[in-house]
Design a protein around this ligand. Structure first.
Ligand code: HH2
Length: 272
């Protein structure tokens, strides 16, 4: 039997991002060819990633999504090449993509819809030994940044994740296989993202490991003074990751693995 998510991903663990897409917000097109994606995944693993997150659909603000066939066409050759060599997470909301990925050895299903997208996905995860990441998103990628409104961003995100955790457990997914993600940038303004980061302990208090995806997010460019920024720089990503570590985050989903492993190693040496 596979270990629990806590045993598999000690704090801090780094998840490397491999986007097999032409249009991801910070690295669209870089790894669109399967060979390039496979090379990148191997490199991220060597740089210290505990797992690499392979995705075939961009969820950047304004994104329309891709068909099942297209998503499979993008990710399956990459998963086939990495099987047995590099630990893989599949970034998808589609049951069929998750199912194929799990058959090819993926260990974790990263569903940005938190099991609200494809009605068949809960059963696919429940009938496997895979880990699951449940992420908060207000709205959907196409429109989520239009005018996100919260009365209490951290309280609402925590309540949502608690409800999705309960749902996942009710459909038969073991709690020790589930991690939670506040979904930075998914239907949140810059101010809301920073408040959520400041109050990350309220998400950690739900009792499950917390995964954060702050890497290169646009709020990190905007806080530096460019109101139109669509990405943030590495320096700001590292600062955000260290802040999240200090508030209890466990898994860090990042594009620049080596630098994050180094920064988080220092953070962990100071406060294990
Ligand atoms: N962010 C992105 C995609 N998937 N999954 C989780 N769990 N948390 C995140 O914060 C998260 C995620 C967006 O980043 P990226 O994959 O680089 O971009 P795109 O969606 O444009 O492919």
């Amino acid at each position: 039997m596979r270990p629990s998510i806590e045993d598999r991903f000690p704090r801090p663990s780094v998840m490397g991002v491999v986007n097999v897409t032409p249009d991801s917000f910070s690295d669209g097109g870089v790894n669109f060819r399967p060979d390039d994606a496979v090379t990148a995944a191997r490199r991220l693993r060597e740089e210290g990633a505990a797992i690499v997150d392979v995705g075939g659909e961009s969820t950047r603000p304004g994104s329309e999504g891709v068909s099942l066939d297209e998503e499979l066409r993008r990710v399956v050759p990459v998963l086939e090449a990495l099987q047995g060599e590099v630990p893989v997470s599949i970034d998808t909301a589609k049951a069929e993509v998750a199912s194929r990925a799990l058959a090819l050895g993926a260990e974790l299903v990263n569903d940005v819809t938190a099991l609200r997208g494809d009605p068949d996905l809960p059963e696919v995860v429940a009938s496997s030994e895979a880990c699951l990441c449940l992420m908060h998103m207000q709205g959907e990628p196409r429109t989520m940044q239009h005018n996100p409104i919260y009365a209490d961003v951290a309280g609402e995100v925590a309540a949502f994740l608690e409800e999705r955790l309960r749902f996942a457990v009710e459909v038969g997914i073991r709690e020790e296989r589930i991690c939670l993600d506040p979904g930075f940038g998914f239907g949140k303004t810059m101010e809301q993202n920073f408040e959520l980061l400041a109050r990350l302990d309220e998400i950690v208090a739900l009792g499950r490991p917390v995964l954060v995806g702050l890497s290169r997010k646009r709020s990190l460019g905007r806080v530096l003074g460019d109101p139109e920024a669509t990405t943030g720089p590495l320096s700001a990503s590292l600062a955000a990751a260290v802040e999240a570590y200090g508030r209890g985050a466990t898994i860090f989903r990042v594009h620049d693995v080596r630098e994050h492993v180094e920064a988080l190693t220092v953070a962990a040496a100071v406060s294990p």
